[in-house]
Ligand binder design. Structure first.
Ligand code: PMP
Length: 420
């Protein structure tokens, strides 16, 4: 299968007026659409209609496409036969749905460096029932496992849930999900895995890992916006009030009563995003068929090249929680001595046609903890299927040039464009 991305040939203007190929290093924010995903969307487009509700031909085709997409996504996340696979808008939505579904009195354990999507939904809910335990950032993967074990064992009686990110969106570092799953289960707790940044790079399976829930976003997985998934155990989701009240979630409505649907429709009120589901499924199928290991090896070669290049530049510091040797997906956050992150990002874009992200990456606690005192924000370069060696070399060369330039320069907006 083709694993090329749409827009790989787009040329963009530099501040000099010259045009260059866009070097996209912002896959961790949103990945461009895969070519087979665009094809699947084009095929579905003439037929899209309301699913589950019409007898018309287009409704039948759309309903079949929507449920086929659910089966593809179920395979992709290695769902067990009795797991629910609920289409949502993305990882934020998935984890908010789960937070609304945990039983009353549930203790939720999280590490404080999580992406806000995995950190905040529990807190939001805890005002009503239950408790959130926030663990400090662990000094090593083994310390993470020990801290989770202690927190879950000493939690009050009742349901307990550990929520953890499989791959950090700031450092790309992999968390020890399988060991955390073991300690959660040994303590009689469940584990939810935020796989938003893992699944674009590596396979993750509910049944192979034993995890109870997984959340992911289509737009980080080479499908356009608006689709994601929460998959996992049915009992809490089935017992919970519908995430949204409305049509589709209802089995019967009378003057004085509402009978809600069973899963997954219970949590999919409103007209389903059939094209989003089709796109997400096409991305899942394409990545699986292309061979996750082969894609991973390609990416690691580029990642090694990027990290070695950045490490050789004086004044550039790569952020990492567990040290340079810890495995990670294709994400590198760094700072340059004497230069603010937004200045570096603006110069990379305007002078070199390189798109990176700067900021705290929706993981304020983690990023601030990793930053040297001289910096308040970082630059993040993230890789994906459209990344080439030329892009990596261009980025390394550009960062070296900016680092050597020293601190006394800036960018401003002139006539609506960025100028030195
Ligand atoms: N978790 C992680 C690790 C992420 O990187 C992101 C997106 N930056 C999210 C959750 C939230 O995903 P979404 O914005 O698609 O809801």
């Amino acid at each position: 299968p083709e694993t090329g991305v749409v827009g790989a040939d787009v040329r963009i203007p530099l501040v000099t007026g010259e045009h260059v190929d866009y070097a996209n290093f912002d896959y961790a924010a949103s990945a461009p659409c895969l070519v087979p995903v665009r094809r699947a969307l084009e095929e579905a487009l003439p037929y899209y209609a309301s699913v589950h509700r019409g007898a018309g031909f287009h409704s039948q085709v759309s309903t079949e496409a929507y449920e086929r997409a659910r089966r593809s996504v179920a395979r992709f996340v290695g769902a067990r036969g009795d797991d629910a696979v609920v289409f949502v808008r993305g990882t934020t939505d998935a984890l908010n749905l789960l937070a609304r579904s945990v039983p009353d009195g549930c203790t939720v354990v999280v590490f404080s460096g999580e992406h806000h999507a995995a950190l905040l939904p529990w807190q939001h809910r805890a005002g009503r029932a239950g408790r959130v335990v926030r663990l400090p950032l662990p000094a090593s993967p083994a310390a993470a496992v020990d801290a989770a074990r202690d927190a879950l064992r000493t939690a009050p009686e009742g349901p307990r849930l550990l929520c953890v990110t499989a791959a950090s969106n700031v450092t790309g570092e992999l968390w020890p999900v399988e060991e955390l799953t073991e300690v959660a289960h040994a303590a009689g707790a469940r584990i939810a895995v935020d796989a938003a940044q893992l699944v674009p790079h590596r396979a993750f399976g509910l049944s192979s890992s034993g995890a109870d829930y997984v959340a992911l976003s289509g737009h980080k997985l080479y499908a356009p916006f608006g689709s994601g998934v929460l998959a996992g155990r049915t009992d809490w989701l089935r017992a919970a009030a519908p995430y949204l009240a409305g049509g589709g979630a209802t089995a019967n409505v009378t003057e004085d009563d509402v009978r809600w649907n069973d899963l997954p429709a219970r949590h999919e009120a409103g007209s389903p995003n059939v094209l989003g589901a089709v796109a997400l499924a096409a991305a899942c199928d394409t990545l699986s068929a292309a061979g996750r290991d082969r894609l991973h090896e390609q990416e690691q070669r580029l990642l090694d090249r990027l990290r070695a290049g950045l490490a050789a530049i004086p004044g550039v510091h790569d952020l990492s929680l567990w040290g340079a040797g810890h495995p990670r997906v294709g994400i590198v956050s760094f700072v340059v001595d004497g230069l603010a992150a937004d200045l570096v990002a603006a110069a990379l874009s305007a002078e070199h046609g390189i798109g990176v992200r700067d900021g705290l990456f929706c993981a304020h606690l983690l990023t601030r903890r990793l930053l040297p005192p001289s910096h308040s924000q970082a630059v993040r370069a993230s890789l994906g299927l459209g990344t080439t060696e030329e892009h990596v070399d261009r980025l390394v060369g550009a960062v070296a040039e900016l680092a050597a330039r020293g601190p006394r320069w800036t960018y401003g907006h002139v006539d609506g464009r960025i100028a030195p």
